[in-house]
Design a protein around this ligand. Structure first.
Ligand code: NAD
Length: 293
């Protein structure tokens, strides 16, 4: 059993902490939002009076926060109070540069660290089936892998500091682009008089096959579990897709990589969010594609 300090008990962090409890660990948690603390307490998390109090005795410190600035603020505040030999794992989705700064801050404090963003959404967090994409040293990965396995099904060591975040944003750039591509194909099919099911039956077993089509189909019918069947209730909200696409473009700019489709997908999701749809599932982008002049 490990003693874990968990900071950020929101939509993802709350159920992740609950799975750590189920795996037999002790979790001291903290969130700025009282309702998140109440929900986590009901799952067996010991709510601390502050973030510092949650991590002081911890062997492992996990952060699950909205963005890079929250992670850096937490690391700056908490690292001086951490137990010697503890491991810091940041599971938030943040930019690669900030992730590397967080690793550097941990190293300067004499501590090991991992960046370990996830895919699988709230459903995966609840079910304990997340995929973790992990960056950091072999030594840190060796210490953290078992803990991550209590919250996920697949744990991939992607490389050194920041490699987990790099894998996450590259993957989600593919996802954003492919969801728009699949949506355009369905809208074209509609205009050509081809049924949704016919296109699905062909493309899902042909060269057009991809996750956006076969697991998350943006039209109701062919994949009963996809958000299209529930009026595009997320799932994975368009705001989060936009966040990840923006991170991909920031990384592409810093690295000097040409990602013209990634940029176009970012622009399309920017417009979708600006039109008030940021809370809809990201597959609802098909409605914007259909409405486009
Ligand atoms: P969320 O907003 O529900 O949770 C974040 C929590 O952090 C909030 O409850 C907030 O009060 C808390 N917080 C912020 N600053 C804090 C601080 N200084 N101390 C303590 N608590 C603090 O967000 P979420 O959906 O749980 O997402 C968390 C991270 O996971 C994000 O980086 C997101 O991009 C990523 N992510 C989310 C999903 C998803 O489907 N929701 C999927 C994959 C990755």
């Amino acid at each position: 059993m490990a003693r874990i300090g968990f900071i950020g008990l929101g939509n993802m962090g709350g159920p992740m902490a609950a799975n750590l409890i189920r795996a037999g660990h002790h979790v001291d948690g903290f969130d700025l939002a009282a309702h998140c603390c109440t929900a986590a307490a009901a799952q067996g998390v010991s709510i601390a009076s502050s973030a510092k109090a949650a991590i002081e005795a911890a062997d492992i410190v996990i952060t699950m926060l909205p963005a890079g600035r929250h992670v850096i603020e937490c690391y700056t505040h908490l690292l001086p109070h951490a137990k010697i030999g503890s491991l810091f794992i940041d599971c938030s989705t943040i930019d690669v540069q900030t992730a590397r700064l967080a690793h550097e801050a941990a190293r300067a404090a004499g501590l090991l660290s991992l960046d370990a963003p996830v895919s699988g959404g709230v459903g995966g967090a609840v079910a304990g089936t997340l995929t973790f994409m992990v960056g950091g040293s072999e030594e840190a990965f060796g210490l953290g892998e078992k803990i991550l396995a209590s919250m996920g099904r697949k744990i991939v060591h992607c490389g050194e500091a920041g490699a987990g975040q790099a894998a996450k944003i590259c993957n989600n750039m593919i996802l954003g682009i492919s969801m728009i591509a699949v949506s355009e194909a369905f809208v074209l099919a509609e205009k050509l008089g081809l049924s949704h099911q016919a296109l699905f039956d062909v493309a899902s077993t042909s060269s057009g096959q991809c996750w956006s089509l076969t697991s998350y189909c943006p039209v109701p019918g062919p994949v009963p579990a996809s958000p299209a069947n529930q009026d595009y209730k997320p799932g994975f909200a368009a705001a989060l897709m936009l966040k990840d696409l923006r991170l991909s473009q920031e990384a592409a700019k810093n690295a000097g990589a040409a990602t013209s489709l990634g940029k176009l997908a970012t622009d399309i999701y920017e417009q979708f969010a600006a039109a008030g749809h940021e809370g809809a599932d990201f597959s609802a982008i098909i409605n914007a594609v259909r409405a486009a002049p």
